[in-house]
Design a binder for this molecule. Structure first.
Ligand code: PSU
Ligand code: MN
Length: 306
């Protein structure tokens, strides 16, 4: 059973979950550690507006002073977006953060776990974590992949972040039994770019199609997530050749500064933003909002079927 003293669920979300109305889960690491202030707050507000515009309730998940919050008010959002002492909370950090009364932003893995626990079925993010490029020496594989292997949600993302080893990430998803579908594409997206060159061969064409696929998945009792790979809108993409120059430079700097572990992803995203003169941030926001919009329409389609 859910221990309600650990959770704080906004009343509108509680009501929606009780009456089977559509809710979309959103993560907070993308806000606290993935984007600079104040663009991150503007992004979060626009995401909220987009979800509501299709008749769905947004549920941003974060930990505020040890409470697992499902849905944030304005003050909590400002706190998560602007405070420099917000922890990055993956699944393994959840209980430690809660028991110490810390504030933390949840990654894909922790957000999935909380969303599932409270009964939300669809979650949109920017790009999932995955297998890092130096994986053979660092063994750095994101908890996101393991969580995708064991928690049944629809996760909408623009593939995995381009800073990763994408072929190995796709391979790992298969090892963990995670079905990956392209949304109107046959190619696994490369976050900032529409294509990575890696074929996924399964595609879905509409929110209704995704909802039906997920229902079959659940009906079969499968415990993994479905990963829906939704490319960045073509007019907002950064060409792969251009991004790879920024990534290579950022990786060298990370190595020189000894950055590793959970600091690595935020460090690389920040460097790429500076190297690209802010273009990568604009693209990151565009792809994440595109995923939010699609996720909301999938949540709506699922609620109509259910
Ligand atoms: N998508 C974005 N920006 C981000 C992230 C995703 O557009 O900052 C975050 C997610 O929270 C994801 C995390 O779970 O990066 C991965 O971190 P790591 O590589 O340390 O597992
Ligand atoms: Mn890692």
């Amino acid at each position: 059973m859910m221990n309600s003293s650990l959770y704080s669920i906004l009343p509108e979300i509680q009501d929606a979950l009780r009456y089977g109305r559509p809710v979309l889960a959103l993560e907070s690491t993308i806000i606290a550690h993935g984007m600079p202030y104040p663009q991150n707050v503007a992004f979060a507000r626009e995401a909220d507006r987009l979800v509501r515009s299709v008749g769905v309730i947004p549920a941003t998940i974060a930990i505020v002073s040890g409470k697992i919050c499902v849905g944030l008010d304005n003050e909590q959002l400002e706190h998560i977006a602007s405070d420099k002492n917000i922890y990055k909370v993956a699944v393994r950090d959840l209980s430690h953060n809660v028991s110490n009364g810390f504030s933390g932003a949840t990654t894909v893995s922790a957000t999935m776990r909380v969303a599932h626990k409270v009964g939300i079925s669809v979650f949109s993010t920017g790009g999932i974590g995955g297998v890092h490029r130096d994986w053979s020496s660092s063994a750095d594989v994101s908890q996101d992949l393991h969580e995708l292997g064991r928690t049944p949600l629809v996760v909408v993302s623009s593939g995995a972040k381009a800073i990763l080893d994408l072929p190995k990430t796709v391979e790992f998803l298969e090892s963990l039994s995670v079905p990956v579908f392209g949304y109107k594409t046959n190619d696994f997206p490369a976050f900032y770019s529409c294509e990575s060159g890696i074929k996924i061969g399964r595609r879905l064409e509409s929110p209704k199609g995704v909802a039906e696929q997920f229902e079959t998945h659940r009906f079969l009792g499968l415990s993994s997530a479905i990963l829906l790979a939704n490319p960045v809108p073509r007019e907002e993409e950064i060409e792969r050749g251009v991004v790879s120059v920024y990534i290579e430079k950022a990786l060298v700097e990370a190595k020189e500064s000894g950055v590793c572990g959970k600091e690595l992803t935020p460090f690389l995203l920040g460097k790429i933003c500076r190297l690209s003169g802010g273009v990568s941030l604009k693209t990151n926001i565009a792809l994440a909002l595109n995923n939010v919009h699609l996720g909301a329409r999938i949540a709506l389609a699922l609620s109509k079927n259910g």
